[in-house]
Design a protein around this ligand. Structure first.
Ligand SMILES: Nc1ncnc2c1ncn2[C@@H]1O[C@H](COP(=O)(O)OP(=O)(O)OP(=O)(O)O)[C@@H](O)[C@H]1O
Length: 284
């Protein structure tokens, strides 16, 4: 594996990172540790994680299996709370789930007895019971259109392909306009072509709405195409953030142009070296 001569974590300043450096942090992890009780005593998954994310940033998180990526994001969604430390959205500690933070899972998590339309409608209705039925239906239609699936509105999940199901779960998450979109390896189960299509769609939706995105991935190329910053975790237990790569490619991004850029391979090799040499994992 080629060793890059420069350290991208130190040398690259993206225009967005420079711009956002002037803004107040939006999502903050402050001295966050998380331990799970086990019969042998507490199992410390994460220890003293500190991270500041700016509004509208697209953050990817990478790290070996079991290092605590989902644990980290679960503290943003509010499914779980830090053992010590704090996760804050603006100035408010996150203590429970809320419609300002929506999660998309790898396994879609759609209700199988409802149609695509009804799955999204249920989310809109639970967050906006005050809206009229016509307004709620309009929101569902708009979001189905946004992921190009108006024709699948009346289909149930088992009648949809993996890519279509993931589009529906993204539409459902976006239908209530969260401030933070949390994606837990959303494209991990999809074939390569569908995965690329969904990456493009996600980027174009993000370009339009600029919600803050936190996404777990195992795919370095995916992270380099999507993210402003790539957070690289150390191995657990007691995992932490090892390094953060700034991804400098201008937006809107063009996959072909990025892949022709020598910097792409510099960053890719740097991340590969980090994961498979410096933080190599015995099990992989
Ligand atoms: N509720 C829990 N109780 C005990 N241990 C847990 C619990 N949740 C997670 N763990 C452990 O914490 C560690 C981190 O799990 P987590 O799912 O966050 O890792 P991950 O990096 O997301 O892994 P993967 O990439 O395989 O999804 C694992 O060893 C897991 O077994």
């Amino acid at each position: 594996m080629k060793n890059p001569t420069t350290n991208p974590t130190q040398t690259i300043k993206t225009p967005l990172a420079v711009k956002s450096a002037r803004k107040e942090p939006f999502l903050i992890f402050e001295s966050v540790s998380k331990a799970f009780p086990t019969p042998k005593g507490p199992y410390v998954v994460l220890e003293d994680v500190n991270l500041k994310i700016h509004e509208g940033e697209f953050i990817c998180v990478i790290g070996h299996s079991g290092c605590g990526k989902s644990t980290l994001l679960n503290m943003v969604s509010g499914f779980s709370r830090p053992t010590t430390g704090e996760v804050r959205l603006r100035t408010h500690p996150i203590v429970k789930p809320g419609p300002d933070r929506m999660v998309v899972f790898q396994n879609y998590a759609l209700l199988p007895w409802l149609t695509a339309f009804e799955n999204i409608y249920l989310a809109v209705d639970s967050v906006h019971p005050e809206k009229s039925e016509a307004e709620k239906r309009e929101i569902v239609q708009h979001n189905l259109g946004m992921v190009g699936l108006l024709e699948a509105a009346n289909k149930k999940p088992q009648q949809l392909s993996g890519g279509m199901k993931q589009r529906i779960s993204i539409a459902r998450a976006l239908s209530i306009r969260p401030e933070v979109l949390i994606l837990d390896e959303p494209f991990g189960a999809l074939d390569a072509i569908t995965k690329e299509e969904l990456q493009e769609e996600l980027l174009s939706i993000w370009n339009e709405y600029r919600m803050t995105v936190l996404m777990i991935t195992h795919d370095i190329d995916e992270a380099l195409f999507l993210a402003d910053r790539l957070v690289m975790m150390t191995n657990g237990p007691r995992a932490n953030i090892g390094e953060i790569l700034n991804i400098p490619f201008p937006r809107p991004r063009d996959r072909t142009r990025i892949m022709e850029d020598p910097e792409y391979y510099n960053l890719r090799n740097y991340a590969l070296d980090y994961l498979f040499r410096r933080f190599a994992h015995d099990d992989e």
